[in-house]
Design a protein around this ligand. Structure first.
Ligand SMILES: C[C@@H](O)[C@H](NC(=O)OP(=O)(O)OC[C@H]1O[C@@H](n2cnc3c(N)ncnc32)[C@H](O)[C@@H]1O)C(=O)O
Ligand SMILES: Nc1ncnc2c1ncn2[C@@H]1O[C@H](COP(=O)(O)OP(=O)(O)OP(=O)(O)O)[C@@H](O)[C@H]1O
Ligand SMILES: [Fe+2]
Length: 572
């Protein structure tokens, strides 16, 4: 079936001329071809879904589906393009295809089809990253300038922000993609693929049940919650209740890390993408979270959320307009193609997502409202987007651990503010005021090295910070040179950046916990490392300083494990 999209301004042009691009998608389950027409800024999409008879997606069956369905959807799209075309020359300016990530056998079929079509039409070939396509479609349709993007799809879950010519991964899943996690549970209870819509339907009749909630900075993991959900169902908890618990927990995790990314970047725009984004509960949570912080939220309509070739054609049009085409001999597919590997040729340098907003006397962090005066009062305000029981549990436990671990860290010689008052019913803490500015606005290698040493001291004492970022470190002294923005001069009254004046304090221990696991220590370092990548204009030397500082004081096994964490292909 062909869908005609709305006509709008802002279609993609090359040298002032609207471009028309045919896109082909087929990374896993959806064989799809579409024509994007820059003259009308509209899309005609033809899709055929693969629906496994039992179990999940079988790569071989999925490839057979592509083999069968790609030619027919491409023929339909080409007929549309020819319909639109008047005059000489080929009906489209370029052919774009999903190069990855996805299932190798499927990708190869789509790649072959795209190469053959580009050659037959004698037009350039464009290789699109499927995850970047999931986010560009929303950015394009929203008209936002430089949003944070949450991709919630089957095989992936990423938080992305554009900076210095790349989409930086601000946070991501540490194990499976969000849709795949949900689908594993539904397979366990015997439901057919895809499970997401069934969980949504059953959750409507369910009561909330507690399940493990795991976020680490802006990263998150689903393995614990999925095992607990399967166990709960085996133990006789009604499946509707487990579905409700799953939605409330998983989507609250995604909303929280997204809020953290908005807070870290200072961005007030959020765009959602990916198949799981069709879920109404997820959209409502993100909408409420954004409303509460006066941010704009945009989710495209469902046909652009689930896998579709419209998004591939649009990204293809942008890339083609930027001259970003592929020689046939360089057009191999990449099953593990990460979004941060893509040189973003179609955006300008001035479009970076904001970083490190001005701090004032009232700071709105991701979790809390913080009054910064002679003392610092932090209130974990209730989050209307979360289920009230989950909200109460998180606010209480985090307030309690923050008080305890802030104190425990100081006992290990790590500078932290003195805790003056704790009220875990109200979720309020009162701290001594420390530092002149956040590390984000005063990044130097020396300070980052100190953070490495402080984290090593915590780990040596058997606990993690849980959310070490450049915003959760306070520093004294000058504004530094590595900061993402020019800095704000010497707001603290001009203390020089001299040895002896430097103090580096850790704050915000609410996500910390006791653990003996090397993996948890490595994740702690990884979270900080990622925040350097997300906030610094030249992160290389700072990342090296982090490792130096840690190596001097900490356990080498943790640094080895950090490499393993980074090297993990997280597409399962
Ligand atoms: C690499 C590529 O092949 C992959 N695509 C993909 O996973 O298809 P996508 O259409 O983005 O997402 C499908 C997932 O989206 C879930 N889903 C669909 N409707 C849902 C709903 N109403 N609630 C929750 N999940 C839903 C499905 O269960 C399935 O896991 C990806 O983008 O990661
Ligand atoms: N003791 C302190 N002294 C000075 N400033 C502080 C102190 N504690 C917090 N701040 C400031 O308030 C900001 C927000 O605090 P905090 O990180 O604890 O809140 P949060 O809501 O948990 O934030 P997020 O989850 O986004 O990291 C910090 O980035 C820092 O600028
Ligand atoms: Fe997808």
């Amino acid at each position: 079936m062909a869908d005609a999209g709305e006509v709008a301004d802002g279609g993609v042009t090359r040298d002032g001329e609207p471009v028309r691009v045919l896109g082909i998608e087929g990374t896993a389950w959806c064989a799809s071809a579409a024509v994007y027409d820059g003259a009308r800024d509209d899309f005609r999409i033809h899709s055929e879904a693969y629906e496994p008879e039992s179990g999940g997606i079988h790569p071989r069956e999925a490839a057979e589906h592509m083999q069968e369905a790609v030619p027919s959807v491409v023929a339909a799209a080409l007929a549309d393009a020819r319909d639109r075309h008047d005059g000489d020359g080929p009906a489209v300016d370029a052919v774009a295809f999903s190069r990855g990530p996805g299932l190798g056998p499927c990708l190869r079929i789509v790649g072959t089809a795209a190469r053959a079509l580009a050659q037959a039409l004698d037009v350039p070939l464009v290789g699109a990253n499927h995850m970047v396509a999931h986010l560009e479609i929303g950015r394009h349709r929203s008209g936002f300038d430089s949003p944070v993007c949450l991709n919630a799809s089957g095989a992936n879950a990423h938080l992305l922000g554009y900076r210095d010519g790349r989409y930086r991964v601000l946070g991501e899943t540490m194990d499976t993609g969000v849709g795949n996690a949900i689908d594993k549970f539904t397979r366990h209870v015997g439901w057919s693929h895809p499970g997401g819509p069934k969980v949504e339907a059953h959750a409507k009749d369910g009561e909330y049940v507690d399940l493990p909630y795991v976020v680490k900075g802006m990263d998150f993991s689903f393995s614990g919650i999925m095992s607990a959900a399967k166990q709960a169902s085996d133990d006789g908890v009604p499946v509707e209740d487990v579905c409700r618990g799953l939605e409330e927990t998983i989507f609250a995790m995604l909303a929280e890390v997204t809020e953290r990314a908005l807070s870290l970047t200072g961005s007030d725009e959020l765009v959602l993408g990916g198949g799981v984004a069709q879920n109404a509960r997820l959209k409502r949570m993100l909408e409420e979270m954004c409303d509460a912080r006066d941010a704009d939220f945009y989710a495209p309509e469902p046909r652009f959320l689930r896998d579709n070739a419209g998004m591939i054609a649009l990204l293809g049009a942008k890339m083609y307009a930027a001259g970003d085409t592929l020689a046939i001999e360089d057009s191999n597919v990449d099953a593990n193609f990460r979004p941060d590997e893509v040189p973003v040729t179609w955006r300008d340098a001035g479009e970076d997502v904001a970083i490190a907003p001005e701090s004032g006397t009232e700071v709105r962090g991701a979790e809390a409202v913080v009054d910064v005066g002679d003392v610092v009062t932090k209130r974990r305000v209730p989050k209307a987007y979360r289920h009230p029981e989950l909200d109460r549990r998180l606010r209480e436990t985090r307030t309690r651990s923050e008080a305890r671990l802030t104190h425990a860290a100081r006992a290990e010689g790590v500078p932290t503010p003195v805790v003056r008052e704790v009220d875990d019913d109200e979720g309020t803490l009162v701290f001594e005021h420390v530092g002149d500015r956040d590390l984000a606005r005063g990044l130097t290698a020396e300070r980052v090295r100190a953070v490495g040493a402080h984290l090593a001291a915590l780990h040596d004492a058997g606990f993690v910070h849980g959310d070490p970022t450049t915003r959760n470190v306070r520093v004294t002294g000058g504004s530094g040179t590595g900061a993402a923005e020019a800095g704000d001069g010497d707001e603290a009254g001009g203390i020089d950046d001299e040895a002896g004046d430097e103090r580096v304090f850790l704050v915000d221990f609410g996500l910390g916990y006791h653990t003996e696991q090397v993996e948890d220590y490595a994740m702690d370092l990884h979270v900080f490392d990622q925040s350097l990548v997300g906030t610094a204009s030249d992160p290389g030397p700072l990342r090296a300083a982090l490792r130096d500082g840690y190596a001097a004081a900490g356990d080498d096994r943790v640094l080895d494990q950090l490499e393993a964490v980074e090297g993990r292909g997280r597409y399962q």
